[in-house]
Design a protein around this ligand. Structure first.
Ligand code: ZN
Length: 217
């Protein structure tokens, strides 16, 4: 349950969550168990860094590039526009999805979020993603952070070279993936996104919260 004016847009980590094909699944086992005589319950976690709601770091596509521990909090906290966007069936989000205005963080709320709302945890290869043209427009506009409501910013059917990830990450645009925006209306919020500080990691699982600021997008 959200508190007033605060929306938790984080997916709950569990073994029910879909993972991007080929990525490790989520597993939590009790390593220490009170009922077995241990002093406390202690979980062991085993999952890919791109599980659920997470932030991609440049190291995801560029070996030796900065890891998630290098991502500046300056980008992860601050005013943020949530945009309602629904491209025609089978196509990616296009530059037209970017409203005019002065903002440098944008989250796209699409039909993907309905899957989270409906507890539909089957991986969907046809999820709505950011197209190359939109990625170019994001870079051109100087937008510093982009968030999407499925497990990848890039279409499952994109070129194998991953042009969208490469363009955004090479230009220092922070990517949040796996947001659940089903309970959030379009508009202006304050973003609080805190990826785990894992040395050199290509991504960090994150708790992401949107705080209502009363502005209109
Ligand atoms: Zn990722």
């Amino acid at each position: 349950v959200d508190s007033i004016g605060v929306f938790d847009v984080t997916l709950t980590l569990s073994d029910r969550l879909p993972v991007f094909p080929g990525n490790p699944g989520f597993d939590r086992q009790l390593a220490l168990v009170i009922d077995r005589g241990d002093a406390a319950n202690v979980s062991r976690l085993d999952f890919g860094a791109h599980t659920g709601t997470h932030v991609d770091a440049p190291a995801h596509f560029f070996t030796g590039a900065p890891g998630i521990d290098q991502t500046s909090l300056d980008v992860l906290l601050g005013p943020c526009l949530v945009v309602d966007a629904q491209p025609p069936e089978g196509s990616n989000l296009a530059p037209e999805s970017l409203p005019d205005g002065d903002y440098d963080r944008v989250l796209f709320r699409t039909s993907n979020s309905e899957r989270w709302a409906n507890n539909d945890y089957q991986f969907d290869r046809d999820f709505v993603a950011v197209g190359t043209g939109l990625a170019e427009a994001i870079v051109r506009r100087g937008i510093r952070l982009v968030g999407v409501d499925y497990l990848s910013v890039e279409s499952f059917h994109a070129e194998k070279s991953h042009p969208v990830h490469r363009l955004l990450l090479s230009r220092g645009v922070v990517i949040i993936e796996g947001l659940d925006l089903s309970r959030v209306a379009a508009g202006l919020y304050r973003l609080l996104c805190l990826p785990l500080k894992i040395a050199g990691s290509d991504a960090g699982p994150a708790r992401v919260v949107l705080e209502q600021t009363g502005g209109v997008g």
